[in-house]
Ligand binder design. Structure first.
Ligand code: UD1
Length: 339
C-alpha cells in the first residue's frame, strides 16, 4: 500500500512512518520541517520519499499525493497558546492546509484520509469523560481549526464521496516530542526539566487533568483508521480513558528519577481547558482500538528516551570538538612553515 503522511517528520508523524515502513508499506512524507525534524526520519531515510514542502501549497500537496492510496493528514500548527498568539497562522495551516489535502485527495481518488483532530474541540463542556456525540465547544483558535478540519472532512464525504475519518487525539506524548519550544507539550517539558535538574513550570494550580496518551497508541489508531470497514465520516476519541493531573505527573517523575524537584507555579494559560478525559468505547468498537501502552510505562519509556538522546547529543558534540581540535593541530606546522 502507498501512504502519504503529511507532517511525517514530526513527532506523531515520524512514529507513524516508522510503523508503516516496518509493515512494508511504501511511504511518502510531506513536511516543511517547521515543526518536524529531518533527524526523526534518519534511520529510515533510504526507505521512504521525503518531500520538503507545505500543505498550504496545493501544487506541492498534489505532487506528494501522486498514487497514494491512504493519506494520514498529521501536518498542523500545534499548540493552543501559539494559536492564541497568532490565530491567522494557525488558521492558514490547519484549515487552509487541511482543505488543500482534502481537495487533492478528492481529485486523486485516494481510498481514505485520516485526519488528526483534537480533543481540544470539546472545549469546556463540563461532562467527563468526553463522548463523540457531545456538541463541541472549542475555546481556543487551535480547537476551532481542528474542529473545522473535522467538519470539512465530513463535508467531503457527503459532497464528493471521499472517505474520511477524524481521530481526536488526547494529549499524545512520547519519544521525539520536541521539548525546546515554549509551545512544546507539557510532558516533553517536564521530562527535560527533571533531566536537567531545573524547576518544572506549571501554569495554574497543577490540578488540571489530561488523558495523557503514549504515542504508540496514536500510531495504532492511525493504522486501524485507514483500514477499518464502515467508519467513513466518523469521529473517534483516541486516548486511554484516564485522567491524570499535572501534579500527579510530577509525582510520577519524582518516583522515576528519584529527584525531589518542586514545581514553579505560574498563572494559567489563556485558551487552556481544565479537564480532559476520553471515552474510547467508539474507537474500541469500530476501529478495534485498544491502548497498547499505559501512562506510567509510557512515561518511563519517554523519560529514558530523552536521557538517551541527551547523552547521544553530548557525545556528538564532544566528537565534533575533538575533530576540530585535531584539524587545528594538523594545520599548525604548515602555518608555521608559511611564516
Ligand atoms: C495538547 C496538544 C495539542 C492537542 C491537545 C489534545 C501540544 C503542544 N499540544 O494540548 O496539539 O491537540 O493536547 O490532544 O502537544 N503546561 C504547564 N507547563 C508547561 C506546559 C504546559 O503547566 O511547561 C500546562 C498547560 O497550561 C495545560 C497542560 O499543561 O494546562 C497541557 O498543556 P499542553 O501540553 O500544551 O497540551 P494541551 O494544551 O492540552
Amino acid at each position: 500500500m502507498r501512504y502519504l503522511v503529511t507532517g511525517g517528520a514530526g513527532f506523531i508523524g515520524s512514529n507513524t512512518v516508522d510503523e508503516l515502513v516496518s509493515r512494508g508499506h511504501s511511504v511518502v512524507v510531506l513536511d516543511d520541517l517547521s515543526g518536524g525534524k529531518d533527524d526523526n526520519l534518519a534511520e529510515i531515510r533510504n526507505k521512504i520519499t521525503i518531500i520538503k514542502g507545505s500543505i498550504t501549497d496545493i501544487e506541492v500537496v498534489r505532487k506528494a499525493m501522486h498514487e497514494a492510496e491512504y493519506v494520514l493528514h498529521l501536518g498542523a500548527r500545534t499548540s493552543v497558546p501559539r494559536s492564541v498568539k497568532d490565530p491567522l497562522e494557525t488558521n492558514r495551516i490547519n484549515i487552509e492546509g487541511t482543505l488543500n489535502v482534502l481537495v487533492a485527495a478528492k481529485e486523486m481518488k485516494v481510498k481514505r484520509v485520516v485526519f488528526a483532530a483534537s480533543s481540544s474541540a470539546y472545549g469546556e463542556t463540563p461532562t467527563l469523560p468526553k463522548v463523540e456525540t457531545m456538541q463541541p465547544q472549542p475555546i481556543s483558535p487551535y480547537g476551532v481549526t481542528k474542529y473545522v478540519g473535522e467538519l470539512y472532512s465530513q463535508a467531503f464525504l457527503k459532497c464528493y464521496g471521499l472517505e474520511t475519518v477524524s481521530l481526536r487525539y488526547f494529549n499524545i506524548f512520547g519519544p521525539r516530542q520536541d521539548p525546546s519550544s515554549p509551545y512544546s507539550g507539557v510532558l516533553a517539558k517536564f521530562c527535560t526539566a527533571f533531566l536537567e535538574d531545573k524547576q518544572p513550570v506549571v501554569f495554574g494550580d497543577g490540578e488540571q487533568t489530561r488523558d495523557f496518551t503514549f504515542v504508540d497508541n496514536a500510531v495504532h489508531a492511525n493504522l486501524l483508521a485507514c483500514e477499518a470497514p464502515n467508519v467513513a465520516g466518523k469521529v473517534f476519541n483516541v486516548g486511554c480513558g484516564d485522567r491524570i493531573s499535572l501534579n500527579q505527573v510530577l509525582a510520577a517523575l519524582r518516583k522515576i528519577t528519584g529527584k525531589p524537584l518542586e514545581a514553579k507555579y505560574e498563572p494559567p494559560r489563556e485558551g487552556d481547558i481544565r479537564d480532559s478525559q476520553a471515552d474510547i468505547s467508539e474507537a474500541r468498537q469500530f476501529l478495534g482500538y485498544d491502548p497498547q501502552v499505559g501512562f506510567e510505562e509510557g512515561l518511563r519509556i519517554t523519560f529514558d528516551w530523552y536521557r538517551e538522546s541527551q547523552l547521544k547529543s553530548a557525545a556528538r558534540e564532544a566528537a565534533a570538538k575533538e575533530a576540530a581540535a585535531k584539524e587545528a593541530t594538523a594545520k599548525e606546522p604548515a602555518a608555521k612553515t608559511e611564516r
